[in-house]
Design a protein around this ligand. Structure first.
Ligand SMILES: O=C(O)CCC(=O)N[C@@H](CCC(=O)O)C(=O)O
Ligand code: ZN
Length: 335
């Protein structure tokens, strides 16, 4: 272990050595310890135990740069002594080689490989998913505090609702009104409730570790340096409150929009087609009976007025999700 006093530059160091960053440790004057476990995997421990164990991840898709810049600014402030850490923290930059290549992934989509789905291949992303699962398990099982996971992303398309969260499928657990209230304070305008298990990182931590977990979409994908960081002040401030132990999760949701996923459209074959304009934005609304997607022996037509599409994509292997269809839901998270 290298105990060098050279201050950590988390994102720059990660991108400089995306396949192998030497482990190192840095002790701050207030007793906080930063331990770089491996490339893009940083554990931060306060000198006193906190109330929560907090996982913040970004760069699960390498071209989603704004989340990495948000997280890097947070780490920079911790290192500079400008943000006090009062909760155990794990920070993950998911796919550094893809970030260097400015690509969503190198061999396959990392965010389809969690919950053991990485076992069926030996791709770079499969090995990384296995490593991230191990580090996550060690982090969450090291204490009994409630577990939180915010997985930050940006979207391929523009969106009528720019900032939204995906609540992973909860099985028999119920959603957390204080968490949705917190997300609303962070500038998140809508929450989508998933209806089935998936290979995403947020589903993995939610299901296996019973964390309050979310995929958080913060706007459109842009290159490093092209992000308007003022656009992320509410989420940055919220995450900083959580890290500093100042967030009490007392806020109930007020006007955040809620959507249920009514259909997860899977690409079945190379005949798969989307029937939506290339420039149409996420959350575009369609009347009942509209054809949104077709494939061999399959059509998806909207089942009710007001259904909207999210994350449409044709360029995925057969068997993978090609689109979500969502509809406003009556669920009242304040109950
Ligand atoms: O814009 C897109 O099409 C994809 C943006 C993105 O990466 N979204 C996540 C959502 C994960 C979830 O459903 O929780 C993904 O597709 O992995
Ligand atoms: Zn993403």
């Amino acid at each position: 272990m290298n105990f060098s006093v050279k201050p950590m530059r988390f994102l720059a160091d990660t991108l400089a050595q995306p396949n192998e960053t030497p482990a190192r440790e840095q002790l701050l004057p207030d007793g906080t310890t930063l331990r770089l476990l491996d490339t893009g995997l940083l554990r931060v421990s306060p000198s006193q135990p906190g109330t929560h164990r907090v996982l913040i991840s970004c760069g699960i898709h390498g071209n989603e740069t704004a989340p990495m810049e948000i997280v890097d600014a947070i780490v920079g402030d911790i290192v500079a002594g400008e943000l006090t850490v009062n909760n155990e923290l794990l920070i993950v930059i998911g796919n550094p080689p893809a970030a260097v290549a400015a690509e969503r992934f190198i061999e396959e989509n990392l965010n389809r490989l969690f919950s053991g789905k990485h076992q069926s291949s030996r791709s770079l992303e499969s090995l990384r998913a296995a490593q991230i699962e191990q580090v996550t398990e060690a982090f969450f099982t090291a204490g009994d505090e409630p577990r939180l996971h915010y997985d930050l992303h940006t979207a391929i398309r523009g969106s009528q609702i720019e900032k939204f969260a995906v609540y992973p499928y909860l099985h028999s657990r119920t959603w957390s009104a204080p968490q949705i209230g917190f997300l609303e304070q962070c500038g998140i305008e809508a929450v989508l409730f998933s209806k089935q298990p998936s290979g995403t990182y947020s589903y993995h931590t939610s299901h296996l570790h019973e964390a309050d977990s979310f995929t958080i979409e913060l706007g459109k994908v842009r290159q490093f340096g092209d992000n308007d960081m003022t656009n992320f002040s509410a989420i940055s401030a919220g995450l900083r409150r959580v890290i500093a132990g100042q967030e009490l999760f007392k806020q109930t949701p007020k006007s955040i929009k809620l959507f249920a996923v009514v259909e997860e459209v899977i690409k079945r074959s190379e005949a798969f087609q989307l029937h939506i304009p290339a420039e149409a934005k996420n959350f575009t609304e369609y009347p009942k009976g509209s054809l949104l997607a077709s494939d061999e022996g399959y059509e998806y037509r909207t089942q009710q007025d007001g259904e909207r599409f999210v994350f449409p994509i044709t360029n995925v292997p057969p068997g993978q999700r090609a689109m979500l269809v969502v509809a406003p839901t009556e669920l009242d998270p304040i109950d």
